[in-house]
Design a protein around this ligand. Structure first.
Ligand SMILES: CC(C)(COP(=O)(O)OP(=O)(O)OC[C@H]1O[C@@H](n2cnc3c(N)ncnc32)[C@H](O)[C@@H]1OP(=O)(O)O)[C@@H](O)C(=O)NCCC(=O)NCCS
Length: 208
Protein backbone atom coordinates (compact mmCIF):
# COMPACT_ATOMS: atom_id res chain seq x y z
CA UNK A 1 0.00 0.00 0.00
CA UNK A 2 1.55 3.28 -1.09
CA UNK A 3 1.03 5.75 1.76
CA UNK A 4 3.48 8.65 1.74
CA UNK A 5 4.25 10.95 4.69
CA UNK A 6 1.99 14.01 4.55
CA UNK A 7 2.67 17.43 6.07
CA UNK A 8 -0.01 18.77 8.43
CA UNK A 9 0.28 22.05 10.38
CA UNK A 10 3.76 23.61 10.77
CA UNK A 11 6.56 21.03 10.82
CA UNK A 12 4.27 18.14 11.76
CA UNK A 13 4.18 15.18 9.39
CA UNK A 14 1.66 12.33 9.45
CA UNK A 15 3.42 9.11 8.49
CA UNK A 16 3.09 5.38 9.00
CA UNK A 17 4.50 3.94 12.23
CA UNK A 18 8.13 2.76 12.15
CA UNK A 19 10.16 0.54 14.46
CA UNK A 20 12.23 3.55 15.59
CA UNK A 21 9.09 5.22 17.01
CA UNK A 22 9.15 3.04 20.16
CA UNK A 23 11.31 5.50 22.14
CA UNK A 24 9.41 8.68 21.17
CA UNK A 25 6.11 6.85 21.78
CA UNK A 26 7.06 5.78 25.32
CA UNK A 27 8.03 9.40 26.06
CA UNK A 28 4.79 10.74 24.55
CA UNK A 29 2.59 8.31 26.52
CA UNK A 30 4.45 9.18 29.74
CA UNK A 31 4.03 12.91 29.08
CA UNK A 32 0.29 12.51 28.31
CA UNK A 33 -0.51 9.80 30.87
CA UNK A 34 -2.97 11.79 32.98
CA UNK A 35 -4.36 13.70 29.99
CA UNK A 36 -5.36 10.54 28.10
CA UNK A 37 -6.48 8.49 31.11
CA UNK A 38 -10.19 9.57 31.18
CA UNK A 39 -10.70 8.60 27.52
CA UNK A 40 -8.96 5.29 26.93
CA UNK A 41 -8.55 1.77 28.34
CA UNK A 42 -6.07 1.53 31.23
CA UNK A 43 -2.56 1.18 29.91
CA UNK A 44 -0.14 -1.38 31.32
CA UNK A 45 2.96 0.07 33.02
CA UNK A 46 4.97 -1.46 30.14
CA UNK A 47 3.35 0.99 27.71
CA UNK A 48 5.41 3.76 29.30
CA UNK A 49 8.73 1.98 28.78
CA UNK A 50 10.95 1.57 25.74
CA UNK A 51 10.77 -2.25 25.95
CA UNK A 52 6.98 -2.20 26.21
CA UNK A 53 6.61 0.14 23.26
CA UNK A 54 9.09 -1.90 21.18
CA UNK A 55 6.89 -4.92 21.61
CA UNK A 56 3.69 -2.94 20.92
CA UNK A 57 5.16 -1.32 17.80
CA UNK A 58 6.20 -4.75 16.51
CA UNK A 59 2.65 -6.03 17.06
CA UNK A 60 1.25 -3.02 15.18
CA UNK A 61 3.71 -3.48 12.30
CA UNK A 62 2.69 -7.14 11.98
CA UNK A 63 -0.96 -6.05 11.78
CA UNK A 64 0.00 -3.43 9.17
CA UNK A 65 1.76 -6.11 7.15
CA UNK A 66 -1.34 -8.32 7.22
CA UNK A 67 -3.63 -5.40 6.30
CA UNK A 68 -5.59 -5.45 9.57
CA UNK A 69 -4.36 -2.10 10.90
CA UNK A 70 -3.05 1.20 9.51
CA UNK A 71 -1.06 2.91 12.29
CA UNK A 72 0.15 6.50 11.83
CA UNK A 73 2.17 8.83 14.03
CA UNK A 74 2.22 12.62 13.95
CA UNK A 75 5.93 13.42 13.95
CA UNK A 76 7.54 16.76 14.70
CA UNK A 77 11.29 16.44 14.20
CA UNK A 78 11.42 12.93 15.68
CA UNK A 79 9.00 13.66 18.51
CA UNK A 80 5.60 11.90 18.47
CA UNK A 81 2.85 14.48 19.10
CA UNK A 82 -0.11 12.20 18.36
CA UNK A 83 -1.21 8.98 16.73
CA UNK A 84 -4.07 7.91 14.50
CA UNK A 85 -4.93 4.28 13.87
CA UNK A 86 -7.38 2.49 11.61
CA UNK A 87 -7.89 -0.87 13.31
CA UNK A 88 -10.14 -3.88 12.72
CA UNK A 89 -9.88 -3.41 8.96
CA UNK A 90 -12.41 -5.76 7.39
CA UNK A 91 -12.81 -6.15 3.62
CA UNK A 92 -15.36 -8.20 1.64
CA UNK A 93 -18.88 -6.72 1.63
CA UNK A 94 -18.27 -4.80 4.92
CA UNK A 95 -15.14 -2.75 3.99
CA UNK A 96 -14.99 -1.00 7.34
CA UNK A 97 -12.48 -0.03 10.04
CA UNK A 98 -12.40 1.65 13.45
CA UNK A 99 -10.65 5.00 13.78
CA UNK A 100 -8.89 6.14 16.97
CA UNK A 101 -6.53 9.04 17.71
CA UNK A 102 -5.01 11.30 20.32
CA UNK A 103 -3.06 14.56 20.23
CA UNK A 104 -0.36 15.62 22.73
CA UNK A 105 -1.90 18.06 25.25
CA UNK A 106 0.68 20.70 24.31
CA UNK A 107 -0.55 20.62 20.70
CA UNK A 108 -4.31 20.74 21.37
CA UNK A 109 -6.57 23.23 19.63
CA UNK A 110 -4.43 23.70 16.49
CA UNK A 111 -6.68 21.68 14.20
CA UNK A 112 -4.31 18.70 14.18
CA UNK A 113 -6.89 16.00 14.98
CA UNK A 114 -9.27 17.40 12.36
CA UNK A 115 -6.55 17.40 9.69
CA UNK A 116 -5.35 13.91 10.63
CA UNK A 117 -8.86 12.41 10.59
CA UNK A 118 -9.64 14.06 7.23
CA UNK A 119 -6.40 12.67 5.74
CA UNK A 120 -7.08 9.17 7.11
CA UNK A 121 -10.59 9.27 5.59
CA UNK A 122 -9.12 10.14 2.18
CA UNK A 123 -6.63 7.27 2.33
CA UNK A 124 -9.22 4.83 3.66
CA UNK A 125 -11.33 5.64 0.62
CA UNK A 126 -8.75 6.07 -2.13
CA UNK A 127 -5.94 3.71 -1.07
CA UNK A 128 -7.41 1.13 1.33
CA UNK A 129 -10.64 0.88 -0.71
CA UNK A 130 -12.86 0.95 2.38
CA UNK A 131 -16.52 1.94 2.38
CA UNK A 132 -16.98 3.07 5.97
CA UNK A 133 -15.16 4.22 9.13
CA UNK A 134 -16.53 3.93 12.66
CA UNK A 135 -15.55 5.73 15.87
CA UNK A 136 -16.73 5.40 19.45
CA UNK A 137 -16.31 8.35 21.83
CA UNK A 138 -16.92 8.51 25.57
CA UNK A 139 -20.25 10.33 26.08
CA UNK A 140 -18.44 13.25 27.77
CA UNK A 141 -15.67 13.55 25.16
CA UNK A 142 -17.09 16.61 23.43
CA UNK A 143 -13.71 17.48 21.87
CA UNK A 144 -13.52 14.19 19.98
CA UNK A 145 -17.20 14.42 19.02
CA UNK A 146 -16.54 17.85 17.50
CA UNK A 147 -13.52 16.49 15.58
CA UNK A 148 -15.65 13.68 14.12
CA UNK A 149 -18.52 16.01 13.17
CA UNK A 150 -16.09 18.40 11.44
CA UNK A 151 -14.62 15.43 9.53
CA UNK A 152 -18.03 14.41 8.15
CA UNK A 153 -18.97 11.66 10.63
CA UNK A 154 -22.59 11.19 11.71
CA UNK A 155 -23.73 9.97 15.12
CA UNK A 156 -25.55 6.67 14.63
CA UNK A 157 -26.34 5.74 18.21
CA UNK A 158 -25.33 5.21 21.81
CA UNK A 159 -23.68 2.02 22.97
CA UNK A 160 -24.26 1.43 26.70
CA UNK A 161 -21.38 -0.18 28.64
CA UNK A 162 -19.38 -0.17 25.40
CA UNK A 163 -15.73 0.03 26.45
CA UNK A 164 -13.70 -0.40 29.66
CA UNK A 165 -12.24 3.10 30.01
CA UNK A 166 -10.48 4.64 33.00
CA UNK A 167 -11.36 1.66 35.19
CA UNK A 168 -15.08 1.23 34.37
CA UNK A 169 -17.41 0.14 31.58
CA UNK A 170 -18.47 3.39 29.96
CA UNK A 171 -21.26 4.39 27.57
CA UNK A 172 -20.03 5.64 24.18
CA UNK A 173 -21.53 7.55 21.27
CA UNK A 174 -20.97 5.72 17.99
CA UNK A 175 -20.19 7.66 14.83
CA UNK A 176 -19.70 6.54 11.25
CA UNK A 177 -18.67 8.10 7.98
CA UNK A 178 -19.66 6.51 4.69
CA UNK A 179 -16.72 7.16 2.38
CA UNK A 180 -18.20 6.23 -1.01
CA UNK A 181 -20.92 4.20 -2.69
CA UNK A 182 -18.60 1.88 -4.68
CA UNK A 183 -19.76 -1.70 -4.63
CA UNK A 184 -17.16 -4.24 -3.48
CA UNK A 185 -15.46 -6.07 -6.34
CA UNK A 186 -15.44 -9.86 -5.98
CA UNK A 187 -12.29 -11.92 -5.54
CA UNK A 188 -9.72 -9.15 -5.04
CA UNK A 189 -6.34 -10.53 -3.97
CA UNK A 190 -6.31 -8.28 -0.89
CA UNK A 191 -9.71 -9.63 0.15
CA UNK A 192 -8.45 -13.18 0.00
CA UNK A 193 -5.42 -12.28 2.17
CA UNK A 194 -7.50 -10.83 4.99
CA UNK A 195 -9.90 -12.82 7.10
CA UNK A 196 -13.41 -11.41 6.65
CA UNK A 197 -16.14 -10.42 9.07
CA UNK A 198 -16.13 -8.38 12.28
CA UNK A 199 -16.23 -11.48 14.49
CA UNK A 200 -12.79 -12.50 13.26
CA UNK A 201 -11.11 -9.59 15.02
CA UNK A 202 -9.74 -9.86 18.54
CA UNK A 203 -8.11 -6.40 18.68
CA UNK A 204 -11.09 -4.29 19.69
CA UNK A 205 -11.59 -0.53 19.49
CA UNK A 206 -10.32 2.03 21.91
CA UNK A 207 -6.58 1.30 22.06
CA UNK A 208 -4.75 3.51 19.62
C1 LIG B 1 -10.04 15.25 21.30
C2 LIG B 1 -8.68 15.58 20.65
C3 LIG B 1 -8.28 14.45 19.73
C4 LIG B 1 -8.83 16.90 19.89
O1 LIG B 1 -7.58 17.18 19.23
P1 LIG B 1 -7.24 18.64 18.68
O2 LIG B 1 -6.11 18.52 17.72
O3 LIG B 1 -7.08 19.54 19.82
O4 LIG B 1 -8.59 18.99 17.89
P2 LIG B 1 -8.79 20.16 16.81
O5 LIG B 1 -7.82 21.27 17.10
O6 LIG B 1 -8.77 19.55 15.47
O7 LIG B 1 -10.24 20.68 17.19
C5 LIG B 1 -11.38 20.36 16.41
C6 LIG B 1 -12.60 20.98 17.07
O8 LIG B 1 -12.85 20.37 18.33
C7 LIG B 1 -12.92 21.37 19.34
N1 LIG B 1 -12.30 20.82 20.55
C8 LIG B 1 -11.08 20.24 20.65
N2 LIG B 1 -10.87 19.85 21.92
C9 LIG B 1 -11.98 20.19 22.61
C10 LIG B 1 -12.36 20.04 23.97
N3 LIG B 1 -11.56 19.46 24.88
N4 LIG B 1 -13.59 20.47 24.34
C11 LIG B 1 -14.43 21.04 23.44
N5 LIG B 1 -14.12 21.22 22.13
C12 LIG B 1 -12.90 20.80 21.74
C13 LIG B 1 -12.13 22.54 18.80
O9 LIG B 1 -12.53 23.76 19.40
C14 LIG B 1 -12.48 22.47 17.32
O10 LIG B 1 -13.78 22.96 17.09
P3 LIG B 1 -14.03 24.35 16.30
O11 LIG B 1 -13.27 24.24 15.00
O12 LIG B 1 -15.50 24.41 16.14
O13 LIG B 1 -13.46 25.42 17.18
C15 LIG B 1 -7.58 15.76 21.74
O14 LIG B 1 -8.02 16.70 22.69
C16 LIG B 1 -7.21 14.49 22.45
O15 LIG B 1 -6.30 13.79 22.04
N6 LIG B 1 -7.92 14.16 23.57
C17 LIG B 1 -7.60 13.01 24.38
C18 LIG B 1 -7.73 11.67 23.65
C19 LIG B 1 -9.04 11.50 22.93
O16 LIG B 1 -10.06 12.01 23.35
N7 LIG B 1 -9.00 10.77 21.82
C20 LIG B 1 -10.18 10.48 21.04
C21 LIG B 1 -10.82 9.24 21.54
S1 LIG B 1 -12.29 8.88 20.62
Amino acid sequence: MNIRPTPLTGAIVMRLLEESDAGPLSEAYLLNREYLQPWEPRRADADFTLAGQRSRVQDQLRLLESGQTLPWVLDEGGRVVGTLTLSNVVLGPFRSANIGYWIDHGYAGRGLATQAVAHACRLADEVADLHRLEAGTHVRNTGSQRVLTKAGFTRIGTAPNYLHVDGAWQDHLIYQRILNERPPACGRVQDRQTVGGPSDRSDGPGRV
